[in-house]
Design a protein around this ligand. Structure first.
Ligand code: PLP
Length: 435
């Protein structure tokens, strides 16, 4: 048995021929049908994760709303699936809002975030009556209050507070520390609450924080919860502020490699909900509605990147490079965050891992290495290499570097494959240009 199979989507198996099968579809057939590089998403995994967050938090804390962070991956098919699962959507741009609206996603379930929302974006979001604005700073608050006044619609808002908690994650994805560009620093929270409460054009319903992404321990959440609830209690005492909604952001970690140790969703749910109940009891605060915003933990495991091996090169080291037909243009994470991945040969799942290789991308950067020094069965040109846990922050961060074509996305379920984004063409590369 190939131990790496457990990193793949829930509906993954190895067939008699030793091929990787996902959602009932043979990945070698998919690579032939759609070409490579190819991103496949297993629908069952996404639905399972949505339901697990809902159930695990909801059974402990009934007034829980799960809001998916669209930055992890969003397109029309994903928005439609979220709508079916009755999950909210966190958007950070007019573009994400447009995708959601085009897919018929209910606007009252949208949370509009962003540390620099443009006037145009605010205007559109106000006109769509989005569910919540998450306000990120004094300028954001001032712009929103005056634009809301002009629009005549009173939006429900949350204030994003930066708790000053340093989470143990890569510095690029830590957002809760004192120097973060996001949110109101805790020392400004009082000013923000009093200004928002005094503004008749907005309705302050609660507070938000997000400590960062890929968090594998519960303490940053618990410490932030305590700090922000203490601040809320003080605001209640001073200004009569009622915390109706408490949004604790996303960031729940996922395992990318066999070595990664990440708590179960049930563990996060147990510790977080009991932490909120205990602290509210101690501070004599009514229990607020709880909102969680997982992105990565809903979609990461559902996604698999399929590449074709090309040139193989032995260099001093000794080091064997296997170059593939994708790389940093479709998955920037290894170059950006030094992220680690596993890989398999999709057609040789039962063969022994005997050869150490480094999987290199095809782009013109030495840093374009997808997986360093991994043991695989002997690789031959044209073998299909599958990298698991590619559902989050790969496609949304993809680029056309070296004028490459963005990969197609195929949704898999019950043995059916459905193209939800076609491969770009050369014509797409020049579509926006003029001579
Ligand atoms: C405000 C907010 N909520 C939720 C998320 C989702 O984080 P993750 O995908 O790690 O769950 C992010 C990610 O940056 C965020 O900034």
């Amino acid at each position: 048995m190939n131990s790496r199979i457990k990193l793949f989507p829930v509906a993954s198996e190895i067939n008699k021929a030793g091929h990787l099968v996902i959602g009932g579809c043979d990945t070698l057939d998919l690579a032939v049908k759609y070409g490579t590089p190819l991103y496949v998403l297993d629908e069952l995994t996404i639905r399972k994760q949505c339901r697990e967050f809902k159930n695990e938090f909801g059974k402990r804390y009934p007034d829980t709303t799960v809001v998916y962070a669209g930055k992890a991956f969003l397109n029309g098919a994903m928005a439609a699936l979220l709508k079916e699962e009755a999950i909210g959507l966190d958007v950070v741009s007019g573009g994400e809002l447009f995708i959601a609206e085009s897919a018929g996603f209910p606007m009252d379930m949208v949370y509009f975030h962003g540390n620099n929302k443009s006037a145009e974006e605010i205007k559109t979001a106000l006109s769509r009556h989005v569910g919540r604005f998450v306000v990120d700073g004094m300028d954001d608050l001032a712009r929103l209050t005056s634009m809301a006044e002009e629009s005549g619609h009173i939006p429900d808002i949350l204030l994003r507070i930066t708790p000053g908690i340093e989470a143990h994650t890569h510095s690029h994805i830590a957002t809760g520390g004192a120097g973060s560009k996001f949110g109101f620093p805790l020392y400004m929270a009082e000013e923000a609450v009093s200004r928002a409460m005094a503004a008749p054009s907005v309705n302050l319903v609660g507070l938000h924080f997000h400590v960062g992404s890929l968090i594998a321990e519960v303490n940053p959440y618990l410490e932030s919860i305590d700090l922000i609830l203490e601040m809320a209690a003080e605001m209640k005492y001073k200004y009569g502020f009622e915390l109706e909604e408490f949004n604790i952001g996303g960031g729940y970690g996922v395992a990318y490699t066999l070595e990664d140790r990440v708590p179960e969703i049930s563990y996060f749910a147990e510790k977080i909900t009991s932490g909120i109940v205990a602290k509210c009891g101690q501070l004599k605060l009514a229990l607020p509605g709880l909102v969680i915003e997982p992105g990565r933990a809903i979609v990461a495991r559902s996604g698999v990147a399929l590449y074709k091996a090309g040139n193989i090169k032995d260099v001093a080291g000794p080091l064997r490079y296997v170059s593939v037909d994708g790389g940093m243009a479709d998955n920037i994470r290894p170059a950006l965050y030094d992220s680690k991945y596993e890989a398999v040969l999709a057609g040789k799942m039962n063969d022994k891992d005997t050869d150490a290789v480094t999987i290199a991308g095809r782009f013109c950067e030495s840093g374009d290495i997808l997986v360093k020094n991994i043991k695989l069965p002997p690789v031959k040109g044209a073998d299909v290499i599958a990298i698991p846990v590619c559902g989050a922050y790969c496609i949304p961060m993809s680029s056309n570097y070296n004028a490459s074509l963005k990969a197609p996305i195929v949704m898999l379920a019950d043995g059916h494959d459905r193209l939800v984004r076609r491969r770009e063409t050369y014509q797409d590369l020049t579509r926006c240009d003029s001579l």
